[in-house]
Design a protein. Structure first.
Lengths: 332, 123
């Protein structure tokens, strides 16, 4: 499958680029190659250092820059020990540059805030495409249930620029392309009228992930832009090859931001409901199991509370809801 | 002519029989994240030409996983936990020479720390 798909993707993105898949990284020859490469680099590095002592200051600065480049190449090699050819064109230092595409079949059951009786007990089936493409720091993405560990809990479809990235922190300036949210959780997501833009900081730790999102900008909000902010944290555990995760988050929306009704769409009279700011909370638990290096089985339960202001705007007494489901994902 | 073909086939069969064989299943261990511990129960079959004392070793340790006495074939099953490829090798008892080996390769779905699965490369 990969043999068919990779050339196809390659031709779609650009004839000049190759995609390197981690599924290929298991080849033991790659490990040997990596060691060999590092050994060679080490020898070169030693010679380089001796040579440096006899060089002028100007040359020294040039070499230092070169050394930094070598260090970066070595760091990259640790992750990308599959090389199609020896020549590696280094676009920049951004470790988030790359490509992710996941296709998921999702079945869910649970509540739906947007139905009059709030109860959506029949099973829903969705086909979700989640992706993130980043090149030279510029990205476009559409998060899904299968890509929580890449996109975070409150991410929405967006484009933007990843202006800072190191081994742990990633900072994005982004603008939403849709307010729809992600497939599988539509019924319990707090939607709003207008798209927003802002700043997002995501910390990727060994077994956890912290994300702060702050959006002060909205081009088509009714009056002032308002402020929306969220804080979410996710933690992963492993038992054998099963992976368990728990995500919790809190979300703030200021008074100026208008909510969205899925039944009615946005209507002017809804504005009166936005009489105060509001805070909602989220929690998810789930598990994932890798069937192969491409196929992943997953299951989840998601819980959301509605903010006070949304509760006030409703004619029923609904204050929270849940969704549970299963998903089967193919990761390219 | 027929006897030549038959004798030729017999020689080929004997040659194949003489080659030590070590088969493992599965050949790959898949973890969800790069760098995670990967758990795999490996079933192994081996066969050699002549009966003798043989031991099975893994790259995870120096002690033999199992030894067989006066056998020309054997089976083995064990769960392994690893972060790197596991090399399983069959040696004659009290010998350092590997007769045959096979490798369980490590694979993963996602790269660690939110990095994209595929990286751009230019040729």
């Amino acid at each position: 499958m990969k043999n068919i798909v990779q050339p196809l993707l390659t031709s779609l993105v650009s004839a000049s680029f190759l995609l390197t898949s981690p599924a290929l990284l298991a080849d033991p020859h790659n490990e040997k190659h990596e060691k060999h490469e590092k050994h060679e680099k080490h020898e070169k590095h030693e010679k380089h250092e001796k040579h440096e002592k006899h060089e002028k200051h100007e040359k020294h600065e040039k070499d230092a820059k070169h050394q930094k480049h070598d260090k970066h190449k070595e760091d990259k090699t640790a992750d990308e020990h599959e090389h199609d050819l020896d020549i590696d064109f280094d676009f920049d230092d951004n470790p988030r540059d790359g490509f992710y595409l996941g296709l998921s079949a999702i079945t869910t059951s649970g509540d739906d805030f947007y139905l009059s009786d709030h109860d959506d007990s029949k099973a829903d089936f969705d086909f979700d495409v989640s992706y993130r493409v980043q090149f030279l720091g510029l990205f476009v993405e559409s998060p899904g249930l299968s890509s929580r560990r890449l996109h975070g809990l409150y991410a929405t479809p967006a484009w933007g620029i990843n202006f800072f990235s190191n081994d742990i922190w990633s900072l994005d300036l982004f603008y939403e392309t849709s307010t729809k949210g992600i497939d599988g959780l539509e019924g319990i997501q707090n939607r709003r009228k207008a798209k927003r833009g802002g700043l997002r900081a995501t910390g990727y730790f060994d077994n956890s992930q912290l994300q702060v999102v702050f959006t002060p900008y909205s081009p088509d909000n009714a009056e002032s832009d308002g402020i929306e902010a969220s804080l979410s944290y996710g933690h992963n555990w492993q038992f054998k090859n099963w992976n368990y995760y728990a995500n919790v988050g809190v979300h703030y929306r200021s008074e100026e931001i208008l909510d969205y009704s899925l039944e009615q769409g946005y209507i002017q009279t809804n504005e009166e409901y936005s009489s105060s700011d509001g805070i909602s909370t989220s929690a998810e638990i789930g598990l994932e199991y890798p069937l192969t290096s491409d196929w992943v089985f997953g299951s989840f339960v998601a819980y959301r509370t509605l903010s006070d202001r949304v509760e006030d705007s409703r004619t029923d007494d609904v204050s929270d809801g849940y969704k549970a489901g299963f998903l089967l994902t193919y990761v390219f | 002519m027929m006897s030549f073909i038959l004798s030729s086939l017999t020689v080929q069969a004997n040659t194949l029989k003489a080659v030590p064989v070590l088969k493992i299943n599965p050949e790959q261990c898949v973890a969800l994240l790069q760098g995670q511990k990967c758990y795999v129960t490996v079933k192994l079959n081996w066969r050699v030409a002549t009966a003798g004392n043989y031991c099975l070793f893994s790259s995870q340790g120096t002690d033999a996983l199992k030894c067989w006495t006066q056998q020309s074939k054997g089976e083995f099953k064990q769960e392994f936990m690893a972060k790197t490829n596991i090399l399983l090798s069959l040696k004659q008892k009290n010998s350092q020479v590997t007769l045959v080996d096979a490798e369980v390769k490590m694979a993963w779905v996602h790269k660690k720390k939110g990095k994209p699965r595929m990286s751009w490369r230019m040729f």
